[in-house]
Ligand binder design. Structure first.
Ligand code: GRF
Length: 193
């Protein structure tokens, strides 16, 4: 039996995708192990959930920038992930751009989930962008992370309809449901390679 795929998870928010991944691990459908969860937000739900599960949870002060870690912080992040034994880095609602130190430390081993069918609607609040554009369909995308904003190679996508009367909240909830199935499925495929 192969050893479980060692994951490092980065998140800034409530952590529902991390929950979905943790549930798949518990259910035995994903042969992986979360070695550490790291957040740039001290009171993020994702850290609280990690602690509840007994998973190592680390707050990493991001430093002086808004959209990325300052270089010293990103160096610390790389050291933390390596020391925890993570081999794949899973962005789960992580709200900062990833820069060279992390990209170079985990080449083609950093993945992200984005709430649209990329390349449509990159960036923030993609579900609102889909509504504003009058799209009849949107969804979610798991992709490799590169130095751009939501530009890395697509691994898998899942479509959801935009329904008449959708609000940003109802549409986002439908996309998140699709995310919670897609992310564990992609990780399972990686773990089985
Ligand atoms: C998800 O919608 C994901 O697509 C985006 O950030 C959100 C994270 O949600 N990148 P959660 O923290 O996993 O609940």
């Amino acid at each position: 039996m192969r050893s479980p795929l060692p994951l490092g998870i980065l998140g800034s928010g409530k952590g529902s995708n991390f929950r979905a991944i943790a549930n798949a691990i518990d259910a035995g459908t994903l042969h992986a192990e979360v070695r550490v969860v790291v957040s740039d937000v001290a009171d993020a739900g994702i850290l609280a959930f990690a602690r509840e599960r007994g998973v190592r949870a680390e707050y990493l002060p991001p430093g002086r920038f808004k959209t990325r870690l300052e270089p010293e912080a990103e160096d610390r992040l790389v050291a933390l992930l390596k020391e925890a034994g993570a081999e794949w880095v899973v962005l789960a609602g992580y709200m900062r751009m990833v820069k060279a130190p992390l990209l170079d430390a985990f080449p083609r081993r950093i993945i992200n989930i984005h709430p649209s069918l990329l390349p449509s609607f990159p960036g923030l609040e993609a579900w609102k962008q889909a509504l504003a554009a009058g799209a009849s369909e949107t969804g979610c995308t798991v992709h490799y992370v590169d130095s751009g904003m939501d530009t890395g190679e697509v691994i898998a996508q899942s479509a959801v309809p935009v329904l008449p009367g959708d609000s940003p909240e109802t549409l986002h909830a439908r996309i998140q449901q699709a995310e919670h199935a897609l992310y564990p499925a992609v990780l399972r495929e990686i773990a089985e390679r």
